[in-house]
Design a protein around this ligand. Structure first.
Ligand code: AHR
Length: 487
């Protein structure tokens, strides 16, 4: 039996793993907000001020660093004033993109309360497609101002004395598509209008995010960044990308070939991020523009507008997320934030709800498992790993990411085995000065295993029982973690 040596070179510390890489995205879409997070104070489902208690408790455990809201495509139809003030006076609207009623019971104040309850940073997306610069300025005043002016006063009248100090503001969403089907030049001009006034109104704590592209576009990002440049103002802090994987693949009939295709397609994400980083370096004026991936994840064929983009979660999803995080860690100097789509009931979510039941997806467990990476530094791994064929390429069957705390006292290692056929054995014995304090494993009999309302615990985190660091079993299609502490 072959054992593969994994040697962690603690003298080779690399980039810092920004905790903002572990963010989420909650849109007014399907049952993400209504039913998934918010049920209202009068609901028979146990709630705290309208928020589902079960979901809150689960989300608290994930320690999500940032949540993006209110969309998505919804953002460029959303008029924030509809969602503040007495609930019985809030207008009912129709959610254009997601074809559902919008009660406006969940608005800015509820979103900020959610972030406060979860200890997450809010990230708001401004309506550029059907909104105005003035509406955006008023929203920022409502959220952030302590002056004696109309919208700051309105917030206080609504019962929220302290400004929210929202730092991250996206200027539109997918403005090449649902956000107005604009050309990059037209969007760049609009961006300049919005950003010029917002910069003037706010302090340097407010960070502005330009709408970048998804994988359908080659030159949107460059044309946007180039055209935002101007003589007078430095207007961009971040450019955001969207990358969805799995579009034409049916979750219910997934083949092994499709499993490997999904894994291979992570190189599309890699190339997209790499290219955006290069452009940021080219077009940064006085400061460093960074990249945000504010929507990513698996989008199977089953998730359609008719079912509110609902899909169940598979073990594959967790494997996919684990591999993506290994990629994100490696970019973490230039990739500032990522937001998995979406928080509950929509696409690759953490939690699925049905009535008063809430179940956890494999992706939930992956996020939970990877928490110790946050805020550590990537540390180099030297190894000679087994290879498998991924279509035309030979790739390593084990993907590894390792990080170390600032004081060197803690090392955290995550290992994903993408192989559907083989288990492997590894050796972590070069860490003689460290002792293993926790080790977890996420796997199942098949990569298609899922948690649903009949079998909610098919896939869950289990503790690994390790007696010998020289000989650790890494099962096929599994995600594994090792937390070590200085002796
Ligand atoms: O996450 C679902 C949708 O995907 C978002 O509303 C949109 O931005 C993207 O196309």
């Amino acid at each position: 039996m072959m054992t593969y040596n994994i040697s962690i070179d603690i003298n080779n510390k690399q980039n810092f793993i920004n905790p903002f890489l572990y963010g989420s995205f909650a849109e007014h879409l399907g049952k993400c907000i209504y039913g998934g997070i918010w049920v209202g104070e009068k609901s028979s489902i146990k709630n705290e001020r309208g928020f589902r208690i079960d979901v809150l408790d689960y989300l608290k455990e994930l320690e999500l660093t940032v949540i993006r809201w209110p969309g998505g495509c919804f953002a460029d139809t959303y008029h924030w004033l509809d969602g503040v003030g007495p609930k019985n006076k809030r207008p009912r609207r129709y959610n254009l993109w997601w074809k559902q009623p919008e009660s406006n019971a969940f608005g800015t104040d509820e979103f900020i309360q959610l972030c406060n309850l979860l200890n997450s940073e809010p990230y708001l997306a401004i309506n550029v497609g059907s909104g105005s610069v003035q509406e955006a300025l008023n929203w920022i005043e409502y959220c952030n101002s302590s002056k004696n002016t109309e919208f700051a006063i309105l917030r206080v009248q609504n019962g929220y004395r302290k400004p929210y100090n929202v730092k991250y503001w996206g200027i539109g969403n997918e403005n090449w598509g649902c956000g107005g089907a604009m050309t990059p030049e037209y969007y760049a001009d609009l961006y300049r209008r919005f950003a010029t006034y917002i910069r003037q109104q706010t302090d340097s704590n407010v960070k502005l995010i330009a709408c970048g592209s998804n994988t359908d576009f080659d030159d949107w990002d460059e044309r946007v960044l180039k055209n935002i440049q101007n003589k007078y103002f430095d207007l961009v802090d971040f450019i955001s990308l969207h990358v969805y994987t799995g579009w034409n693949i049916e979750q219910n009939t997934l083949s092994e070939k499709e499993y490997y295709k999904i894994i291979k397609d992570i190189t599309i994400t890699k190339n997209k991020i790499e290219k955006a980083i290069q452009l940021c370096n080219t077009y940064s004026k006085n400061k460093n523009i960074k990249v945000i991936l504010d929507e990513w994840g698996l989008w199977y064929k089953e998730a359609t507008v008719d079912n509110g983009l609902f899909q169940e979660g598979l073990l594959l999803d967790a494997i996919f997320a684990g591999l993506n995080f290994h990629l994100f860690h490696s970019f973490s100097d230039d990739l500032f934030m990522t937001n998995l789509a979406q928080t509950t009931n929509v696409l690759q979510s953490f939690i699925l709800t049905r009535g008063d039941k809430a179940i956890l997806t494999p992706t939930y467990y992956l996020y939970k498992m990877y928490k110790p990476h946050k805020g550590k530094r990537v540390v180099k791994v030297n190894s000679n790993l087994p290879k498998i064929k991924l279509f035309d390429d030979d790739v390593e069957a084990l993907s590894i990411s390792s990080s170390i705390s600032q004081d060197d006292k803690e090392i955290f290692i995550t290992i994903v085995n993408i192989d559907l056929e083989k288990d492997y054995y590894i050796n972590l014995s070069n860490l003689q000065n460290y002792r293993l304090i926790d080790s977890l494993e996420l796997t199942a009999n098949d990569f298609r295993e899922r948690n649903n309302f009949i079998n909610p615990d098919n896939v869950k985190l289990v503790k690994k029982d390790i007696t010998d660091l020289n000989n650790i079993l890494i099962k096929k299609h599994s995600v594994n973690s090792f937390l070590l502490c200085l002796k």
